[in-house]
Design a protein around this ligand. Structure first.
Ligand code: DAK
Length: 258
């Protein structure tokens, strides 16, 4: 698959998707979002983890593309917003875990992209925020919703109303990123996390992700029903038999994802 604005690399079940328009600090325009959409639809069947990062040495993603948005009509903005929402929802719904390796500026749509990933790790030089109100608009790719669910309503309001840019340490303090690592160790760190996931049953991780994702937006009783169903759904799978047999036989499990 040929792409102009992104790169896809795959190694041992870990796919790395790099938004790669360093001249525009990896800003998301329609063409880039369409390429991400296509890449997600065409992920290799054996993908066990996806790492999302930015090309060049400055930015993860500096936002939606302001040069493309400046002259949009309301109808075009609706289409652009729908595309972004669709792509980020697809990313969020992947069965495999997704990791944002936030290697620099993650502003506007860039932070929204990270927020659609399961786990976010930042380099020490990452800077993030939702500065859209300074451009006369509001976050349009899910930022008002996903940020609120991660950091709470009041902190989300502060960040969206002020458009303030946080450094990585402050972002970690408020739970917006999991860990902060030196820039030259970020990818190794994310790959090491992916390596830990690879040892576990992919079907189990997929069901756990589903229970947490859907359960987080449900009331406790509905969430617990969902957990019971996803738990039961794993029984009878080859992975469940293999995982438990391997424990009893005191050996490492070999999971097939079936
Ligand atoms: N869009 C387009 N180009 C961008 C860009 C962006 N978001 N960010 C940077 N660039 C371009 C710059 O224009 C510059 O291009 P040239 O002048 O070289 O042609 C190049 O990248 C390098 O940027 P700088 O020269 O500015 O680099 P600096 O190191 O000086 O500054 C910076 C880095 C990240 C602080 C600065 O570039 C910056 O402030 N960038 C804009 C950040 C930003 O405001 N991001 C939020 C974008 S708004 C919606 C849908 C979506 C959204 C809203 C509504 N609807 C459907 C309604 C989402 C909105 C956003 O994400």
């Amino acid at each position: 698959m040929a792409f102009e604005n992104i790169r896809i690399e795959s190694e041992g079940g870990v796919v790395t998707l790099t938004i790669d328009r360093p001249k525009a600090l990896n800003a998301l325009n329609t063409a880039t979002l369409r390429e991400v959409e296509r890449a997600l639809a065409e992920l290799p069947a054996d993908t066990r983890a996806l790492i999302v990062t930015g090309g060049g040495d400055k930015a993860f993603v500096a936002g939606a593309d302001i040069a493309e948005m400046v002259a949009m009509s309301g109808t075009q903005a609706r289409e652009f917003g729908a595309l972004g929402h669709r792509v980020f929802a697809t990313l969020e719904s992947l069965a495999c875990p997704t990791i944002a390796a936030m290697n620099g500026f993650a502003l506007g749509g860039g932070l929204e992209l990270a927020l659609a990933c399961d786990l976010v790790y930042a380099s020490e030089k990452a800077k993030m925020g939702l500065p859209e109100v300074g451009l006369g608009v509001i976050p349009g790719f899910g930022g008002t919703q996903r940020l609120t669910r991660v950091v709470g309503k009041m902190r989300a309001k502060e960040l969206v109303f002020t458009g303030e840019r946080l450094d990585a340490a402050k972002a970690k303090e408020i739970g917006l990123v999991l860990d902060v690592v030196p820039a030259d160790q970020l990818m190794a760190h994310c790959k090491a996390v992916a390596g830990k996931l690879l040892k576990n049953g992919p079907l189990a991780i997929a069901q756990a992700k589903r229970a947490i994702e859907y359960g987080a937006d449900a009331d406790l009783r509905a969430g617990n029903v969902l957990e019971q169903q996803t738990f039961a759904a794993l029984f009878g799978s080859e992975d469940q038999r293999e995982g438990m047999k391997a424990f009893l036989e005191k050996r490492a499990a070999t999971f097939t994802g079936r």
